[in-house]
Write a protein that binds this ligand. Structure first.
Ligand code: DC
Length: 251
């Protein structure tokens, strides 16, 4: 995937001009899955994509990649112009592990940041980056390009409201804070990061509050999203519910 390219002195105009149009295309289906951290989005979105044979796009990984690049260049997180320039010019791409059907490798400016973007310091930094309007414009442009022509499951915070408001299926996943912290801690433990459950829950709630209260594209369900509380549900129950919605819309 190509990110928007070319440094420019009138970045705003260029970014706006590059945001692909949203003319509806009846030849493919978009499933938008939004929700807070730890709501099960990633696991569910990947399983739904696998079940239906759809492509998959993790938009949170894109914001994480920009935050990682900013930190690795030694930028301070209020340097909005330079960080927006990274978002507009440093190419983000997704790759597959050998034999995998869904992409899991994340690169920015040719650097593999797959593991680095999951570290706690990126959890802490990413909301500051994700609230920058010009960063969001650049990300939305890339997301529309990536998701615009295939059957795809796209997960994030603003997919049903901003990125693909005409998505055929929109789901907003939630779960209690305790359950979300438990899932996130289990996920981090798998990658070998040592975690303390209270710290994980505090960090999640801080990030939810930052994501929900920001001015641009806050984390809110689309008016026409199906809201699904996953707390008492098994993974497969959630996957089946979303796959059924997709099958209903397809028929
Ligand atoms: O889903 P995640 O935890 O990997 O997302 C990382 C951050 O990016 C999170 O703070 C919210 C933000 N984000 C966003 O603002 N919009 C999206 N479409 C996806 C993620």
């Amino acid at each position: 995937m190509s990110a928007t390219k070319g440094r420019t002195t009138s970045r705003d105009t260029i970014l706006r001009a590059q945001i692909p149009s949203l003319e509806s295309d009846l030849t493919h289906m978009i499933i938008a899955i939004d929700g807070p951290a730890g709501s099960g989005k990633s696991t569910v979105a990947k399983l739904v994509a696998g079940r239906l044979g759809f492509h998959y796009l993790d938009t949170g990984a894109m914001y994480r990649a920009v935050a990682h690049r900013a930190l690795s260049l030694g930028l301070v997180l209020d340097d909005e112009d330079t960080i927006a320039n990274i978002a507009a010019t440093d190419e983000i791409s997704f790759g597959h592990e050998p034999g995998a059907t869904l992409p899991s490798i994340v690169r920015i400016a040719d650097e593999d940041v797959t593991a680095a973007i999951r570290l706690p310091e990126i959890d802490e930094a990413v909301s500051a980056v994700a609230r920058m309007p010009h960063v969001r414009e650049a990300m939305v442009a890339q997301q529309r390009t990536l998701g615009g022509s295939d059957d795809i499951v796209v997960e994030g915070r603003d997919i049903g409201t901003v990125v693909f408001p005409d998505a055929e299926v929109k789901v907003f996943l939630t779960a209690t804070p305790e359950e979300r912290a438990r899932r996130r801690a289990a996920q981090q433990a798998l990658t070998g990061i040592s975690v303390d459950a209270t710290g994980v829950q505090d960090a999640l709630l801080r990030r939810d509050s930052a994501d929900s209260s920001r001015k641009h594209s806050p984390l809110v369900p689309a008016a026409d999203a199906v809201k699904l509380d996953t707390t008492g549900l098994s993974l497969m129950e959630v996957v089946e519910a979303i796959a059924s919605l997709a099958e209903e819309r397809q028929s």
